[in-house]
Structure formats: structure tokens, C-alpha cells
Design a protein. Structure first.
Length: 230
């Protein structure tokens, strides 16, 4: 199933429209739906008995928030999530999501040696940077992106592989290929460079009128699923 992809500018406009008075969504709602989609994509791609340990690498913004939500759902799906969260914003939304994870006894690491955490994991969930990212990867994220480049552990990227250019894909500095990509709302243009095993779309909340306005496709989701493999 080939779907149209959108530019960074259009992706930002879609998000703004969804959270406008006309769209009616709050950031909390969108983050919850996104995180649930990501967790379901992980569940569909991996067996929680053979690969129970999921290290969620959490960034400082909304992509990281999606990862926090995904961690909670993965716990309830029978996985064993843990969080590498080096830069923890004081914003109430992220703090509440973090509390929800802590209430499930999900381990949270802020200053740990990230390489050791990766070695103990079966799956890495890349929830560092989303479609608004641009420029160079800076500390404290350089080490984990470097590990993404070399690890043999399967990586699941949320919306785009962290550090890629949202439109032109891999850069000179960041070239890693995730095994699984979960495009949120609709694929971004960098998806044309994705060479992994599974590409999912999670956007089962988008009104058809919005897709028509911004000229992107809505896939058919099976049953009650929040994601569809394309």
C-alpha cells in the first residue's frame, strides 16, 4: 500500500489544524493516540515472550511524550519497558506521563551508561526527535544516536528516525536504519529512504476532511487496530 508523504511544513500545518478550534484535539489526546499506535506496532512486530525488554529512548519534546505513552501501554501489553530519559522537562504534561510510568514501576534512567542499557534490552524504541527536528544532534543525545548506528538490536522509530532530515532522510552524521518505522498521522517525505522490515501508519483519528484539505491518504485500518502496516 503506497501512501502519499508530506513535507515538514505540511506536517506542522496538519498538527496545528488538529489542535485548533476547528480541529478540536488537545496535545494530550494526540500524544495518547500516538503512543498507543506505537505500542501496538511494537506488539505486532515482536513477541513479548522472546523479546520482552524494551528500552525507550525518550527525547525532550512531543516525540518523547509519545514514547512515554508507548511505555505505559507496552507494560500493559506484557512487555518490560524501561526509560532512558536524560533530559526531563518540567512541563506538567511530561511530568504526569512520567509519573504514570513510575506508578507501574517502569525503571527510569537519566545518567546511566546508555550502552549498558542497550545491551540489556531486546528492542530499542527511538522516541528522541520528531518531524520538527533540524540541525545537528547535540549532547546529551550524541551517544545514543551513535549506538543506533552500530547496534544489532532492532530499533523502532517513532514518526521519523531521530536525526534524519524529515524530507531528505539520512544525513552525513546520522544514517542508521530502524527495523520498524511508525509514521504518525501520515508518512513524512523521508520515508522514501526507509529500508527496514515493517512500516506502520498510526493515524486512526484523522477526519477525512483534513486529509482532503492537506492532500494525503487515509489507509484502511483493520478491525479495531490503531495502526496498519503499509
Amino acid at each position: 500500500m503506497a501512501l502519499k508523504s508530506v513535507s515538514q511544513k505540511v506536517a506542522q500545518a496538519i498538527d496545528a489544524e488538529l489542535m485548533s478550534g476547528a480541529g478540536g484535539f488537545s496535545i494530550d489526546q494526540l500524544m495518547e493516540l500516538a503512543g498507543l499506535s506505537v505500542a501496538q506496532a511494537v506488539q505486532k512486530s515482536f513477541d513479548n515472550k522472546q523479546n520482552p525488554n524494551v528500552l525507550i529512548c525518550v527525547g525532550p519534546g512531543n516525540n518523547g511524550g509519545d514514547g512515554l505513552v508507548a511505555a505505559r501501554h507496552l507494560y500493559h501489553f506484557g512487555f518490560k519497558p524501561s526509560l532512558y530519559y536524560p533530559k526531563q522537562p518540567e512541563k506538567d504534561l511530561y511530568q504526569r506521563l512520567l509519573v504514570q510510568c513510575k506508578n507501574l514501576s517502569v525503571p527510569v534512567y537519566q545518567d546511566a551508561v546508555v550502552g549498558d542499557l542497550v545491551e540489556k534490552s531486546d528492542i530499542i524504541l527511538d522516541a528522541l526527535f520528531g518531524f520538527s527536528f533540524h540541525g545537528q544532534v547535540r549532547d546529551p543525545y550524541k551517544d545514543i544516536i551513535s549506538i543506533f548506528e552500530s547496534t544489532t538490536k532492532p530499533i523502532v522509530s517513532v514518526d521519523i528516525p531521530s536525526g534524519w532530515d524529515v524530507e531528505s532522510g539520512p544525513t552525513e552524521q546520522v544514517k542508521f536504519q530502524p527495523d520498524v518505522l511508525v509514521s504518525l498521522t501520515t508518512p513524512k517525505q523521508c520515508v522514501s529512504h526507509f529500508k527496514g522490515k515493517h512500516h506502520f501508519v498510526g493515524g486512526r483519528f484523522v477526519p477525512p476532511s483534513l486529509a482532503e484539505k492537506f492532500n494525503f491518504d487515509l489507509p484502511k485500518y483493520p478491525g479495531g487496530d490503531q495502526v496498519v502496516e503499509v
